[in-house]
Design a protein around this ligand. Structure first.
Ligand code: OAD
Length: 247
């Protein structure tokens, strides 16, 4: 089957679905120029997650951790939503997609116009105090690192989820609720290895729903997917958007 046939199959699944959601990972932003974590050229090939993305790493060297987040913020600030983000937003606007559950912290779904975005791993443009309840939105990468809390002068940390930390409770509950309602989940650009987020498509399947898996490589869902599209996400959604006259 070529890409056209696969996208036609996806359209049929969308037509027979009453409640479609999307589950996205770093691969959806790859074509926007944001590096993924795993796979060829992935961040974890060059960087050690234990030194950059754990609470212990931050306690040990907050400057090092902030340097890395600052660099990622600079990359993300230059990135623009690609056809995958844009068509997902249009599908939501048309009422076809009800929610996007994302593991990404880059905010590109919102910049593409998506409204119901559930961020399981936080957002790189937010920071919070390591001591008090202060939270803030960052307009640009902080100049002085680590930035200090204006209320108690302790260091602020990126408001993202690090290894060994629980997911934000509200986001996780919302994601579980969406997954229990969905009869179709479009999984885009995720390896599906980081728990508990990786359970979301499995929960949909468990409730009798279908999985469409879009990835340039096989991933953890390929074997249980009802449709696997081994193509770049941008290309799949561009084709879909054109066929449905969304772009
Ligand atoms: P990964 O980096 O683990 O996986 C990215 C996936 O995207 C891989 O399976 C690639 O094959 C695929 N991919 C790459 N380019 C693509 C493209 N153009 N179109 C479609 N697919 C493409 O990213 P995540 O699964 O999001 O967590 O990683 C999950 C979590 O691990 C992240 O949220 C982060 C990370 O450590 C934390 O930091 C807590």
């Amino acid at each position: 089957m070529d890409i056209e046939d696969k996208v036609n199959h996806l359209i049929k699944l969308l037509e027979s679905s009453e409640y479609t959601i999307a589950f996205t990972g770093a691969g959806i932003s790859a074509e926007s120029g944001v590096p993924t974590f795993r796979g060829r050229g992935g961040l974890w090939e060059k960087f050690d997650p234990l030194k950059l993305a754990t609470p212990e790493a931050f306690r040990e060297d907050p400057r090092r951790v902030w340097e890395w987040y600052k660099w990622r913020m600079e990359v993300i600030a230059k990135a623009k939503p690609n056809p995958a983000h844009i068509v997902l937003a249009k599908l939501e606007e048309k009422g076809i997609v009800k929610a996007i559950i994302t593991q990404n912290v880059d905010g590109l779904h919102q910049r593409a116009g998506s409204k119901n975005v559930i961020e399981l791993h936080g957002n790189i443009w937010r920071a919070r105090c390591t001591n008090c309840n202060y939270k803030t939105r960052l307009q640009e990468p902080p100049r002085k690192i680590p930035p200090k809390c204006p209320e108690c002068n302790n260091p602020l940390r990126p408001d993202v989820v690090w290894f060994g930390e629980p997911l934000p409770r509200k986001a996780w509950e919302e994601a579980l609720n969406e997954a229990s309602k969905a009869d179709l989940i479009i999984v885009v650009g995720t390896s599906g290895v980081v728990q508990p987020a990786a359970m979301i498509p499995v929960i949909v399947k468990y409730h009798g729903g279908k999985i469409v898996d879009i990835n340039i490589e096989e991933d953890n869902y390929t074997n249980i997917a009802d449709l696997f599209i081994k193509t770049k996400a941008g290309q799949v959604f561009k084709t879909l958007g054109e066929k449905l006259k969304l772009i």
